[in-house]
Design a protein around this ligand. Structure first.
Ligand code: SF4
Length: 231
């Protein structure tokens, strides 16, 4: 876990086996201290800044299926990029912002999980009324992304691996690794992962995953985009 800023400590409560030094631990699931604190605090002020649409469930995206398929068939949408995964503090994660920014205007970006917060307030515009950035939600919504991919594969009468779709993932937490393993289990090939491979991916494991699933490590945004779009 990433320790929260100390400025949150007077409003941070834990229960059960969790604990954070300096935060209040609630015993016997007695929430009275938390409720008291919540009542003392002022109401949230009206949020300011840019508003964005987030968390498209697969049913919402598939509601656009006819439009999306039409745009692909007419060449208005060339490729889909799923840019998903964790954020983290280590250097190298600016790759994902650069990557999203450099994706050509005739491609759609699907986002998933925490890494998107680095770039999802940028203005990516739309293609024929279809937003160029469609956020599917948190990492737990990887299920929705898989459903979208399966549905598109059905419509185009091909396999998910044959779709004009590339997955570019960033990892940090165990949950993201579980999602990566799920994608491999489903036979998804050609996934790019970075900024560094998860620790359990030793050189030998990497070799096997690369051979079987064509997993790639990210290089630079320009180089990776060039490779994907030249196919
Ligand atoms: S596992 Fe999910 S919630 Fe945790 S950092 Fe990664 S994307 Fe965010």
């Amino acid at each position: 876990m990433i320790p929260p800023e100390n400025s949150y400590l007077d409003r941070l409560f834990t229960i059960g086996i969790t604990a954070v030094p300096g935060a209040t631990h609630l015993k016997s699931r007695d929430f009275s201290l938390l409720i008291k604190k919540a009542k003392e605090l002022p109401a949230l002020s009206e949020a300011s800044g840019k508003k964005i649409m987030t968390g498209f469930h697969h049913t919402a995206i598939l509601g656009l299926a006819d439009k999306i398929v039409g745009a692909v068939k007419s060449g208005k949408i060339r490729h889909f990029f799923l840019v998903g995964g964790c954020d983290g503090a280590k250097p190298g994660r600016n790759y994902y912002t650069e990557f999203a920014e450099r994706i050509p205007k005739d491609c759609v970006i699907l986002t998933l999980a925490c890494g998107k917060y680095r770039f999802n307030k940028l203005d990516f515009g739309a293609i024929e009324g279809i937003p160029r950035l469609i956020d599917i939600g948190q990492c737990n919504n990887a299920y929705s992304a898989i459903q979208v991919a399966i549905a598109l594969a059905k419509v185009f009468n091909c396999s998910v691996n044959e779709l004009p779709l590339t997955l570019v993932l960033s990892w940090f937490e165990q949950k993201a690794v579980a999602i990566l393993l799920t994608l491999l289990y489903l036979g998804i090939k050609g996934i790019r992962v970075g900024p560094t491979p998860p620790a359990f991916i030793t050189p030998n494991v990497l070799k096997v995953i690369q051979e079987k699933f064509d997993l790639k490590l990210i290089t630079t945004a320009d180089e990776d985009l060039k490779q994907v779009l030249s196919k």
